[in-house]
Design a protein around this ligand. Structure first.
Ligand code: ZN
Length: 93
């Protein structure tokens, strides 16, 4: 559990400020957490629902099927959906 918090906080540190700001406008995601994998469905602007995933631990990674992530492949840090999911999980504790 300690590692989980650290992983998620590291992810938040990577967050671009603009994306972090925009992540607050999203609606609460449905989160499923199995082992070290967190998957969530985040409702975007309009009717789009994005599948967002975060893997914790040694094979740390994150992904999302939104356009931002598909274009950038995380080069500019996590997309707003990943940022939101990380924050929600940290808040849930
Ligand atoms: Zn995304």
């Amino acid at each position: 559990m300690a590692h989980t918090s650290k992983d998620l906080q590291d992810l938040q540190r990577l967050a671009d400020r603009g994306r972090e700001n925009r992540s607050h406008a999203r609606t609460a995601p449905i989160i499923r957490w199995v082992g070290n994998k967190i998957t969530a469905h985040v409702t975007g602007s309009g009717e789009n629902v994005y599948r967002t995933r975060i893997t914790l631990g040694q094979k740390r990674s994150y992904g999302c099927d939104c356009q931002d992530h598909r274009k950038q492949r995380g080069r500019k840090g996590p997309c707003k959906h990943v940022i939101l999911v990380a924050r929600e999980v940290l808040t849930l504790g």
